[in-house]
Ligand binder design. Structure first.
Ligand code: FAD
Length: 323
């Protein structure tokens, strides 16, 4: 059975986040040959429709309004519900981001539908779709099927490969005007706490520091390595609690969940709450003075040593490879 599936494109800094393209790839599987419709909500968003089409959307519906300058749960929910009423989709895909995690359950509740969140893989067998998602802080995976109603799904960034970009693809772009009723939340401004740079939740390479980094200054060698590898810097809660870095960098059960291609843990012991946020990374390298540190149990490569010796050595070697 072919399905119509809509995908919410997520805009940040006037561009679509990568996870939106991964969500389109997921939607294609759900659609089973049916139509994939990209949805853009923003103050100005129509210029991004071609990107959604290039990554596989068949057409795009744009809801523009000055009230969508910043994300608000009720504003976006009103816009998305208007699109859903018009399009009557059989599936809806969001990124498993702060926005997706906030908006998707609201929409599910309004539609009286189920929601499969934090999906890392999708298996399709004809009409049957099985969603795979980590449970118990990433210690196990469960398989879920949706037996009735609209399929609502959030996909974890960096897990489902986007389709290859094809600028030759064409598709219709239509606008929908949404009458926004009273907004209970008004966002006046968004102030960035974290430093500019690669977004942690979408980074392909993450260099993370723990209490072993010993000070804010101690993060410098990690930042240099991240720069050479084009990656982002993350942290354990130990490092955040100690005041070495901002909580926006925290990875783990109560921080961000990340799945980069390469995760380099420096001076992190490997507490279960930290592993919950990074153990699904594709390749894990651990640098720790203590050969018994728990982090070595999940690491693909372990380096027993002082991070202040090892990290600058790695930076130098990677620099040579880049030349
Ligand atoms: P430590 O456990 O102190 O480890 C420091 C490591 O650095 C040690 O292994 C040491 O051998 C090594 N080291 C020291 N100096 C060097 C050096 N020069 N070179 C190399 N290695 C060195 N933690 C998270 O990270 N994320 C979370 O989201 C999170 N959520 C939590 C939620 C709850 C409800 C609770 C109770 C805890 C949570 N924690 C979380 C905290 C977690 O339990 C640990 O306390 C924390 O992860 C420890 O941080 P750490 O590994 O940096 O510090």
């Amino acid at each position: 059975m072919a399905r119509k599936v809509i995908v919410l494109g997520e805009i940040r800094d006037k561009a679509l986040r990568n996870v939106s393209f991964e969500a389109i790839a997921a939607a294609k599987v759900l659609a089973n040959g049916g139509e994939v419709v990209g949805i853009l909500i923003g103050e100005k968003a129509a210029n991004l429709a071609s990107d959604m089409i290039a990554y596989g959307a068949d057409r795009v519906v744009v809801a523009e309004n000055e009230k969508f300058k910043h994300y608000t749960p009720d504003g976006y929910a009103q816009a998305l519900m208007a699109v859903i009423e018009e399009e009557k989709p059989e599936g809806i895909v969001f990124g498993h981001t702060s926005l997706g995690k906030d908006l998707s359950p609201k929409i599910a509740a309004k539609l009286n539908a189920g929601l499969v969140s934090d999906v890392t893989a999708i298996e399709a067998d004809g009409d049957n779709i099985t969603f795979i998602r980590p449970i118990y802080s990433g210690k196990a995976f469960e398989k879920r099927v949706v037996t009735e109603g609209i399929m609502l799904v959030t996909v974890r960034p960096n897990n489902i490969a986007p389709l290859e970009k094809n600028e030759e693809r064409t598709g219709k772009v239509a606008s929908i005007s949404v009458e926004i009723k009273d907004l209970r939340t008004i966002v006046k401004d968004v102030v960035r706490k974290a430093s500019e740079g690669v977004d942690l939740s979408e980074a392909k390479v993450i260099i993370a520091g723990g209490r072993g980094v010993k000070s804010a200054e101690g993060f410098k060698p990690l930042q240099e390595l991240a720069e050479v590898l084009g990656g982002a810097v993350g942290a354990s809660r130990g490092a955040c609690d100690a005041g070495y870095c901002d909580y926006s960098m925290q990875i783990g059960q109560t921080g961000k969940v990340v799945t980069p291609d390469l995760y380099i843990a420096c001076g992190i012991s490997g507490a279960i709450q930290h592993l919950a946020g990074m153990s699904n990374s594709k390749v894990i390298v651990a640098i720790n003075k203590d050969p018994e540190a728990n982090i070595f149990k999940v690491a693909d490569y372990g380096i027993v040593g002082d991070l202040f010796d090892v990290v600058p050595m790695l930076t130098e070697e990677f620099k040579k490879l880049k030349v």
